[in-house]
Design a protein around this ligand. Structure first.
Ligand code: PBG
Length: 334
């Protein structure tokens, strides 16, 4: 059977690679990619993570090397996570000037200056012995307001150490206001507050526990959001904006693209998304068995974030993808 003349044929725009490129609605650019990196105290060699093939816990030396490689590839920025040798109830290494995260920030800032954007995770779970994102009250619950004081102190310590951006990922109420105020009082008015506005109590953070040597006691359901709730994300967004967030984030990524799309529609500030450890692991392990094509799956997943409205994406593949984009694009990255 032949279609009648004049039939609408959407396939027409898909006929050649050049046409498809010309009508593409969404493009990945190296500068949209942010590389999360782990640095661990007392390591003598980088330590590969079994749950995240291709990702390591860095020494300070290997961190700097990998940071240089990422910057050379054109990625937009670096997000640091620190793993201290000594963990305790208060997470005292988090705001210690000589703590591993703050030392790593200084190392990168001294070496890279303003050539990239240096960011740090601002949360206590990497530093506490119980693995929670805050300090505990006498009943063993996470004490919101006592935690805010710790976060404020961390924000100032990270700013002093050289962070351009602090990434508030703890999901405590009032955390943006507390950190903004502390930064401003210490004169760090130019340090950017990036708020994980919608952050869910997610199974997709699984491999991250190995990455930060965390033995979480219990779960995070009393502070991270219920995966069943979308509307609640808009309330978190409104609060973070009112408290002065400069950038907002949705996390995890792929299972929450609906939330990302809604936040991206409403937000007057940049919106980022985090393709988390479990999303990385799913694609790596599926590709390792031959079930899916690795590079295509990675790029499709990243384009999906852009299509949903993300301005930038934190992804453990940032350097690899940035390198590929630069080498594949005629005339270099656009
Ligand atoms: C909190 C934090 C977590 C991640 C980033 N920041 C863990 C959590 O909230 O449970 C997870 C990132 C990932 O899974 O890749 N410090």
């Amino acid at each position: 059977m032949t279609l009648v003349p004049g039939t609408v044929r959407p396939r027409r725009l898909r006929t050649t690679p050049a046409l498809r490129r010309l009508v593409s609605e969404t493009r990945l650019h190296p500068a949209d990619l942010i590389l999360p990196m782990f640095v661990k105290e007392t390591l003598s060699e980088p330590a590969p993570l079994t749950s995240m093939p291709g990702v390591v816990q860095h020494t300070l030396d290997s961190l700097l090397e990998a940071a240089n490689e990422a910057v050379d590839s054109g990625v937009g920025g670096l997000m640091l996570f620190g793993i201290p040798e000594h963990k305790d109830n208060e997470g005292s290494q988090a705001d210690a000037p000589a703590g591993i995260l703050n030392r790593a920030l200084t190392l990168l800032r001294d070496n890279l200056g303003d050539t990239t954007v240096i960011m740090a995770d601002l949360c206590l779970d990497e530093f506490t012995s119980h693995g929670h994102c805050g300090v505990l009250d006498s009943a063993g619950g996470v004490d919101n307001d006592a935690t805010l004081e710790r976060y404020a102190s961390m924000a100032v310590a990270q700013a002093r150490a050289g962070a351009h951006v602090v990434g508030l990922s703890g999901m405590m109420d009032g955390q943006v206001a507390a950190c903004r105020e502390a930064l401003d009082l210490e004169g760090f008015t130019d340090v950017v507050v990036m708020a994980y506005s919608a952050k869910y109590a997610s199974a997709f953070f699984g491999p991250f526990r190995e990455a930060v040597d965390s033995e979480l006691q219990g779960d995070r359901k009393s502070y991270q959001q219920d995966p069943a709730n979308g509307r609640e994300a808009m309330r978190e967004l409104d609060l973070d904006l009112a408290e002065g967030a400069d950038i907002v984030m949705v996390k995890p990524g792929m299972p929450y693209l609906d939330v990302l799309a809604e936040v991206a529609c409403e937000s007057p500030v940049p919106v980022w998304a985090y393709q988390v450890s479990g999303e990385y692991a799913m694609i790596e392990f599926a590709a390792a068995t031959g079930a899916i094509e690795r590079e295509r799956a990675i790029e499709e997943s990243l384009v999906a974030f852009k299509r949903a409205g993300a301005d930038a994406i934190l992804t453990y593949w940032a350097t690899e993808v940035a390198q590929r984009l630069t080498s594949e694009t005629p005339g270099g990255a656009r």
